[in-house]
Design a protein around this ligand. Structure first.
Ligand SMILES: Cc1cc2nc3c(=O)[nH]c(=O)nc-3n(C[C@H](O)[C@H](O)[C@H](O)COP(=O)(O)OP(=O)(O)OC[C@H]3O[C@@H](n4cnc5c(N)ncnc54)[C@H](O)[C@@H]3O)c2cc1C
Length: 416
């Protein structure tokens, strides 16, 4: 491809930005057209009354291989969670930590009712197997689900229901744990390899960093594409843009519509996060809180300002609470129901918390059916001059989006 060849990328989420970044570094001029008012797609951060509110609770795993290659971690000023969680069970919190990285918690972990000594040893075995890519082989094959893989490792019901299900259910936005084993293995390896972190300036700093490497004038916000027509894209304004290649870098549903196909019937994974402002943090330290009681709407929670103080103004605490019910049924009086459960955990001070916002995201993660059996959807080549990328082409994660962006760029570089 000559240096003047042009590629149009539809969508400035992580996949589209990663694709553009790779092409630009190889001297290929790109135009990125984005429908919304900012880059980032599902990874955005809003500033509200001095708080940094990510659009739904999400985190960066520093052990993600593609993210570690593509992102400049030092300038993100990453702030890490403790490697473990505080599990609420039977009226109090129990500390469950990664014994390799927080050996000081091993004794308290052994005394807790969350899992037996055997479970702790099994966790170590799972860690090693994930790092060596052999979890699914051990579990009977790549067509196994996360739940089946956990069962094959022989975790006790207590460990599975009080820790693993709320934890992984929050990661995959899927309490049934039917996410395919290869994705579980990939994510568990990333957890084992690195930290769970937040950029100081919020998750939106990740796409902002990717966008900052693009040439001025190559990114066009407020520019929705309504149709693809060979090597042209038709904008909502009616204008047509031509290029040597077009990359579809939207979410799976929009990609299907732009390809002229029906939106897949399989349900996508939904997410609901409530943000509260409190005068004091209910928990000190950068802990993830898990609901191990299996009752009530709360799945996971966290005092974000204890992880990254920049998330709240001085003297305030920002609390994020994510629901375990990802079916999308936004209940009436959700705030009251969530507050009632948190009152049981932290007492009457919860009544003084100020509700900042509730984020309900209906297409947070692609449908499992898409990830389990991509039917070729994972390939970056759709037809001559038309390419695709997005989390649905890979692992349904930030890392998958970044990787698929690079794969689309590589395919274009090879083809043209
Ligand atoms: C609440 C929540 C929590 C999450 N938690 C995590 C987590 O902790 N860890 C993790 O790894 N992943 C997490 N994810 C998943 C991760 O955010 C996504 O996998 C990733 O951001 C997807 O990036 P993408 O570029 O593939 O798609 P998107 O981010 O959806 O980007 C697509 C872009 O295309 C644009 N677009 C759409 N239609 C058009 C059009 N017609 N014309 C022009 N532009 C268009 C959109 O506006 C958007 O900017 C979470 C997601 C959510 C929502």
């Amino acid at each position: 491809m000559s240096a003047s060849a042009r590629v149009i990328i539809v969508g400035a989420g992580l996949a589209g930005l990663a694709c553009a970044g790779h092409l630009v570094r190889r001297g290929v001029a790109c135009t990125v057209v984005e429908a919304s008012d900012e880059v980032g797609g599902r990874v955005r951060t809003d500033r509200v009354n001095g708080f940094q509110l990510d659009r739904g609770f999400q985190v960066l795993l520093t052990g993600y291989p593609e993210a570690a290659n593509v992102l400049d971690y030092p300038t993100l000023h990453l702030q890490s969670f403790h490697p473990g969680a505080l599990v609420h069970y039977g009226g109090r919190f129990h500390r469950i930590s990664d014994p390799v990285r927080r050996p000081q918690d091993v004794l308290s972990g052994l005394m807790s009712p969350i899992g037996s000594l055997r479970d702790k040893l099994t966790t170590l075995r799972l860690r090693q197997d994930a790092l060596n890519h052999r979890v699914c082989a051990q579990a009977g094959g790549g067509n196994r689900t996360t739940l089946e893989a956990l069962a094959s490792y022989g975790f006790s019901a207590a460990m599975r229901e009080r820790f693993l299900r709320p934890f992984l259910g929050g990661v995959f936005l899927d309490q049934s744990l039917s996410t395919p084993c290869p994705i579980f293995e990939f994510v568990w390896a990333a957890f084992s390899r690195g930290a769970i972190a937040l950029p100081q300036a919020g998750m939106g700093a990740i796409p902002a960093q990717l966008a900052s490497s693009l040439p001025v004038g190559s990114l066009h916000l407020h520019t929705p594409v309504t149709q693809l027509d060979g090597k042209q894209v038709v904008l909502a304004s009616g204008e047509r843009l031509s290029a040597d290649a077009v990359v579809l870098a939207t979410d799976y549903a929009t990609a299907a519509t732009l390809r002229g196909e029906p939106i897949p019937a399989a349900p996508s994974h939904q997410s609901t996060t409530l943000y509260f402002d409190a005068p004091t943090p209910p928990v000190r330290g950068p802990w993830l809180l898990l609901n191990g009681d299996q009752q009530g709407p709360i799945g996971t929670a966290c005092v974000l300002s204890e992880v990254a103080p920049s998330y709240a103004p001085a003297g305030r605490a920002l609390i994020s609470i994510s629901l375990s019910d990802q079916t999308g049924s936004v209940q009436e009086n959700l705030q009251g129901i969530v507050r009632a459960q948190f009152r049981e955990w932290f007492g009457a001070s919860v009544d003084g918390w100020r509700h900042l916002r509730t984020d309900h995201i209906s297409r947070a993660l692609p449908p499992i059916a898409y990830l389990a059996d991509k039917n070729g959807a994972g390939s970056p080549r759709l037809k001559p001059e038309l390419y695709q990328c997005g989390d649905y082409c890979e692992t349904g994660t930030l890392d998958g989006a970044l990787l698929s962006g690079r794969q689309a760029a590589d395919a274009i570089l090879a083809d043209l």
